[in-house]
Design a protein around this ligand. Structure first.
Ligand code: RTP
Ligand code: MG
Length: 138
């Protein structure tokens, strides 16, 4: 059993795709362990995406992630990290297959509807960044 961190980003949240995305998660067999809506401050968004601090797109990414509310979730299941990444599809929504969430609900390489942790160590950091132990007790 593995846990991963997932986000419905401001573009998909504003467009009202929360229900469709949560349905797709549940239909895939992954379990939603915890979820909350929040509006990130600039400082909080920078902390979340600190691994990208030196990338040229960092400023735009922080602006995007703070433009409106997001839905943060913890997903659980066997091989959850890879299964959620597969469900999301590639980073560039413009090139993502229409069978993937980014293909269906994203727009381009930045406004791509969802986030998913890319490894066990980043999943652990991201889950702890957004949720307390009590919120994750099951
Ligand atoms: P994420 O972390 O959000 O799940 O996305 P990812 O692993 O597929 O992609 P990553 O390389 O980690 O990039 C993080 C997010 O930054 C935005 N981005 N913009 N303008 C650009 O060239 C560019 N490249 C990436 C996207 O919102 C991407 O999901
Ligand atoms: Mg990433």
């Amino acid at each position: 059993m593995q846990r991963t961190f997932a986000v419905i980003k401001p573009d998909a949240f504003a467009a009202g795709f929360q229900g469709k995305i949560i349905s797709a998660i549940q239909e895939s067999g992954l379990k939603v362990v915890a979820m909350k809506t929040l509006l990130l401050s600039e400082r909080q968004a920078k902390g979340f995406y600190h691994v990208h601090a030196e990338r040229p797109f960092f400023g735009d990414l922080v602006k995007f992630m703070t433009e409106g509310p997001i839905l943060a979730m913890v997903l659980e299941g066997d091989d959850a990290i890879k299964r959620w990444r597969d469900l999301m599809g590639p980073t560039n929504a413009a090139e993502a297959p229409s069978t993937t969430l980014r293909g269906q609900f994203g727009t381009n390489i930045e406004r791509n509807a969802t986030h998913g942790s890319d490894a066990e160590d980043t999943a652990a950091f991201e889950i702890g960044y957004f949720f307390s132990g009590l919120e994750l007790a099951r």
